[in-house]
Design a protein around this ligand. Structure first.
Ligand code: GDP
Ligand code: K
Ligand code: MG
Length: 267
């Protein structure tokens, strides 16, 4: 079977470096429908399968053209699995996207990149703890040198996975259940209700067109919690990412790499 694997992660986490390590010559370079951003698809080395290099994003909420491409891809394009590349030196920021991918419940593996940068700052990531907390396979890699990339390649799998369930609090959980009932979806699709409440434009437009009643559910939730649903979801994601980082990094005195540190580290 010709597997289609999507490569997803924050900008500047090493996606293109990993893409070049895992694939041979380009199978295809084209444009995403309606936008002029390059689409890169490569044949996976030694496998009947393709890797799709998606634009780097921090979130699935399509505020930027890149996020719209990724969001549309995940909602509308056929694919068999995902590799989420995560920057080990910026876990708190990266994991906020990872959570959204975990919630989808599609086959997923994490390539933990920039391990060299993290280690050089004295940050040691407890891989086993991270795997247990995220309930997904995590492969440490250094995309720049190729370390760990072959093992990641040989471990690509498209097994079914249970969606990760983060609890958003009683009022939000009730709203999620009501939304799923209104749109006729099961609990495994709860990520759609979460993306709706998070204000993902593509999901909002799609769901409100077919089930206008869900607006009232969101408004009731906002009255109950005294704030916008999207603000609540975003904060909950950030708190979760902070907690995971706290639990998996050994030396708590070391801070995550900042954007300025990153520029210094890669040049
Ligand atoms: P993308 O924006 O996610 O596609 O990231 P790139 O592959 O373009 O990488 C961004 C920068 O990080 C480049 O300068 C890479 O050489 C560098 N880089 C990629 N992987 C690693 C790594 O594992 N360690 C270090 N130190 N740098 C890396
Ligand atoms: K780049
Ligand atoms: Mg790139």
């Amino acid at each position: 079977m010709n597997q289609r694997i999507a490569l997803i992660g924050n900008p500047n986490t090493g996606k293109t470096s990993l893409f070049n390590r895992l694939t041979g010559s380009f199978a295809h370079v084209g444009n995403w429908a309606g936008v002029t951003i390059e689409q890169k698809i490569g044949q996976l080395h030694g496998k009947v399968g393709q890797l799709i290099d998606l634009p780097g994003v921090y979130d699935l909420d399509p505020l930027s053209a890149d996020e719209a491409i990724v969001s549309r891809f995940l909602l509308h394009e056929p694919f068999d699995g995902m590799i989420n590349i995560v920057d080990a030196s910026q876990l708190e920021r990266n994991l906020q996207l990872t959570l959204q991918l975990l919630e989808m419940g599609r086959p997923l593996q994490i390539g933990l990149n920039m391990v060299d940068v993290a280690e050089s700052r004295g940050m040691h990531v407890h891989l086993d703890k991270l795997k247990t907390l995220l309930q997904v396979d995590v492969f440490p890699i250094t995309a720049r040198t190729g370390d760990g990339c072959d093992f990641l390649l040989s471990s690509i799998q498209i097994e079914k996975r249970q969606p990760f369930e983060l609890n958003y609090g009683p009022e939000t959980e009730e709203a999620i259940t009501r939304i799923l009932r209104l749109i006729g979806r099961s609990r495994t699709d709860r990520w759609i209700a979460i993306q709706y409440l998070a204000g993902n434009r593509i999901v909002v437009d799609h769901l409100e067109a077919s089930s206008p009643e869900i607006v009232a559910v969101r408004k009731e939730l906002e009255t109950a919690i005294g704030r916008f649903a999207h603000a609540h979801i975003t904060e909950r994601r950030r708190d979760w990412a902070k907690q995971i980082r706290y639990q998996v990094i050994e030396n708590q005195n070391v801070q995550d790499v900042t954007m300025t540190d990153r520029i210094d580290a890669v040049v």
